[in-house]
Design a binder for this molecule. Structure first.
Ligand SMILES: Cc1cc2nc3c(=O)[nH]c(=O)nc-3n(C[C@H](O)[C@H](O)[C@H](O)COP(=O)(O)O)c2cc1C
Length: 173
């Protein structure tokens, strides 16, 4: 397998912790962990196998011109990259207990941006086991990436990661 570029943000919280766990499960030697904050589209272009990690921190943030969170800075770079020969998987931190109408929305927002650029996304996840009302991450009845809730369901994180990695690892190039 070619090396996976795991681009994640923000740093210092649950997304980073889960990114590191995913790298450990895949084998750290197979993964470059790359904070999106320090990345450009030319970094994306270096990898054919990519995992994106993102958290959802509210509509007002991602639609604001003034926000400068890590992903807001990276989104314009995402749109410059070419995805035609890449395999992409997405995981997202969120909380369906407090935000049941916007659960992991940013997985969906991110996926839309890259699908429109020709990306092939692997790692769809069944909604069973997640109690929520609405999510922009649902595509054709499934989550288009892996939702992880470290706020209220941390005891489920390892199993969710392991199942997901088993599902995707053989699909990378
Ligand atoms: C201000 C704020 C807004 C949030 N909005 C959402 C939301 O709309 N949907 C969701 O699923 N989770 C939401 N969350 C939960 C976060 O996604 C969750 O706490 C996540 O683990 C944060 O990851 P991080 O520590 O890497 O930033 C929100 C959290 C905060 C603090």
């Amino acid at each position: 397998m070619k090396k996976i570029g795991l681009f994640y943000g923000p740093m210092g919280g649950s997304t980073e912790r889960v990114a590191k766990k995913i790298a450990t499960v895949l084998g750290n030697e197979n993964v470059d962990l790359i904070p999106v904050k320090e990345s450009k589209f030319t970094d994306i272009d270096k990898y054919e196998n990519i995992i994106f990690g993102i958290s959802t921190i509210g509509k007002e943030t991602w639609e604001s011109d003034k926000s400068a969170n890590d992903w807001d800075v990276f989104f314009p770079e995402i749109e410059k990259a070419d995805y035609t020969n890449k395999i992409i998987a997405i995981f997202g931190l969120g909380d369906q207990i407090t935000y049941d109408l916007h659960f992991v929305d940013s997985i969906g927002i991110l996926s839309e941006k890259i699908i429109s650029k020709g990306a092939q996304i692997i790692g769809q996840v069944d909604t069973d086991g997640y109690d929520f009302r609405e999510s922009k991450a649902i595509v054709d009845g499934k989550f288009i990436g892996l939702p992880v809730n470290e706020d209220f369901e941390p005891e489920l994180t390892d199993e969710r990661i392991n199942n997901w990695i088993n599902q995707i690892k053989n699909k990378f190039k």
